[in-house]
Design a protein around this ligand. Sequence first.
Ligand SMILES: [Fe+2]
Ligand SMILES: [Fe+2]
Length: 368
Amino acid sequence: MKKIGILGGTFDPIHNQHIEIAKAAYKKLKLDEVWILPTKLNPLKTNISATTEQRIAMIKLAIQDFSWLKLNQYELTTKEKVNYTIDTIKAFQKKYPDTEFSFIIGSDNLLSLNKWKDIHQLITLVKFIVINRPNFQPSISLMEKYHCQNLTLELPNNISSSKIRTGENIDLLNQDVINYINDNLVYYKERLKFHLTNERYQHCLNVGETAKKLAIKHHENPEKALIAGTYHDIAKQWPKEKLINYLKQYYPKGLSAPFNLYHGYAGALYLQHHLKYQDKEIISAIFNHTSGAVKMTKLELIVLLADKISPERNYSGVNELRKLAQKNLTLAFSKYLEILKVSLAARKLPLTEEFNSIYQTWHKKQVK
Ligand SMILES: [Fe+2]
Ligand SMILES: [Fe+2]
């Protein structure tokens, strides 16, 4: 008889602790396989935010190295709005008659087992395997009542999936899953909203979309433009102290630049060091989005211009700049520098040496 353990959950996203639980069950219970069983998204639970396709893709990446670990999509394919474990188990037993199933739950679930549909029948069909969750010591009487088996695996701490989604703690993700989240902008909403007000969040989305359109127009990579544009201002509203400390840690040279450039540097470094983005072009586009530079790649120009012509921008000359950006990125940037120069003069703000050399360089390109 084949022995299979089932680990259900939303897996939003799947993380290393899920894999550790599966491994422990596989080894200690001498199972043939462990099935990862993602549940349908509960429409009332708004904190679930990856799409079903994204959750499946992340699970596949996280389990790819383990032949005994399988993804089972049964509950995602049924017509019912909500799946009950008893129905799933009955369906499995019908389909796989020579298999003994066990069902892995956390000790925190033990208290609510009495609310599970047909629990008394369910415990005759499967063995419940209980994993100790920190601060949820399993009650011996409940363990006996539901014929549960304790899997002696002490989890070090409770993993907060919401902290993984906001990007506060992604150490427990497999690098392939991290790359997938990054490349597909999974959890961009949580990641941005953790740092930004609604208004700034909306600006970031607008810049991402504008950058993507410009990239298509100018034959640059639209996905990279979308990512860099979406995250370009992630550090814009950090407190001054935090910006300074971040630069001290990762880019002390940047501290000598004007303060308004700090957020671009910090945002780029945050993507690189905390969110673990590996694409240098995306990082440098964010790094240089505020002031530009003497030398700029096409992607850098696109993200910078998208920021200056984003739909909610409303300053004198912006419409002309919008039209120009569709036609010629060099001319558009040069035009932007002219607008900026006039505006700085009007506000009696000094022109830095850095600004002057950028201005001269791009002005020459315009004349050519
Ligand atoms: Fe910015
Ligand atoms: Fe911006």
